[in-house]
Design a protein around this ligand. Structure first.
Ligand code: JCZ
Length: 266
């Protein structure tokens, strides 16, 4: 997978050289290039921002450096032959589709991703219109809070996407079991010592009864999800849950109405 990131703070993306993503780059599984947007600004001060039409606070990113920068990673400079062959251009924005594990899986299938990190009050809207003829443009939000720019969102997204690319994670089984892949939070984990400062590892985990361990972990997943993220259980198709799951959910006050799980009335 090829990834191009555009930013006026390319040093911000230095973390992509480290750890998992850095190793995947060394292995040739990910080809990540970070581009300084200022290298595509050719006026006296290499300016990338200007005042907003219509007034208002702050500055807006000028369109021309973006067009030059984005064009530099396209095969030629014409529009793509087939619409679906266009690279995806992810544009971090608090007004975008919220990034989640399903979107990470979708983007992990792509051959070429580009990320446009905005700063100030954002990028001139015409850049997105221009880019839509050359990229599949996707405004994406990391979550419902406001950052100062797109860089931190891109770090998170590249890590979440990159680790799903085949070969990047050493043991692919760890991808199957993890949080959100089955719509439940993860079970708690413990290591030695079995007793620590008066806190004990649950007894069942110390024995070799694998069926009991699996049942315990599944119950903990359901308990945690009900307590921390109840919206993840509300409306769940009861057919997707085992008899044991339903017994645990019932113990937590959940009921099944029209085949769907419903939380306790309160
Ligand atoms: C550019 N401010 C780009 C994204 N989820 C989320 N929160 N905030 C952002 C974001 C903020 C920005 C820019 C200027 C993304």
């Amino acid at each position: 997978m090829r990834i191009d990131v555009f930013s006026i703070f390319p040093e911000y993306l230095a973390a992509l050289d480290l750890s998992l993503i850095g190793k995947a780059r060394q292995k040739g599984l990910l080809e990540v290039s970070v581009h300084d947007l200022r290298d595509f600004a050719f006026d006296r001060h290499r300016s990338v921002d200007d005042t907003p039409y219509g007034g208002g606070a702050g500055m807006v990113m000028k369109p021309e450096p973006w067009a030059l920068a984005l064009t530099s990673v396209l095969p030629d400079d014409g529009a793509a032959a087939e619409p679906d062959s266009r690279p995806v251009l992810v544009v971090p924005s608090p007004a975008g589709r919220v990034f989640d594990q399903a979107l990470a899986y979708e983007l992990a299938e792509e051959e070429h991703l580009a990320f446009a990190c905005g700063r100030y009050e954002g990028i001139d809207e015409r850049v997105l219109e221009w880019a839509a003829e050359r990229f599949r443009v996707m405004p994406v939000s990391l979550g419902d809070y406001v950052l100062n720019g797109g860089e931190v969102a891109v770090l998170a997204m590249v890590e979440a996407i990159g680790r799903l690319v085949p070969g990047v994670i050493g043991n692919p089984m760890s991808l199957v079991e993890e949080s959100h892949s089955d719509g439940l939070l993860e079970y708690p984990v413990y290591t030695k010592p079995a007793s620590w400062r008066g806190y004990d590892v649950p007894e069942v985990l110390l024995g070799g009864n694998h069926a009991a361990i699996e049942a315990f972990r599944r119950e903990e997943q359901l308990r945690r999800t009900a307590s921390r993220r109840p919206e993840m259980l509300d409306g769940r198709d009861a057919a997707d849950l085992s008899r044991q799951d339903l017994a645990v959910a019932s113990g937590l006050g959940y009921s099944v109405v029209d085949g769907k799980l419903r939380p306790p009335a309160e």
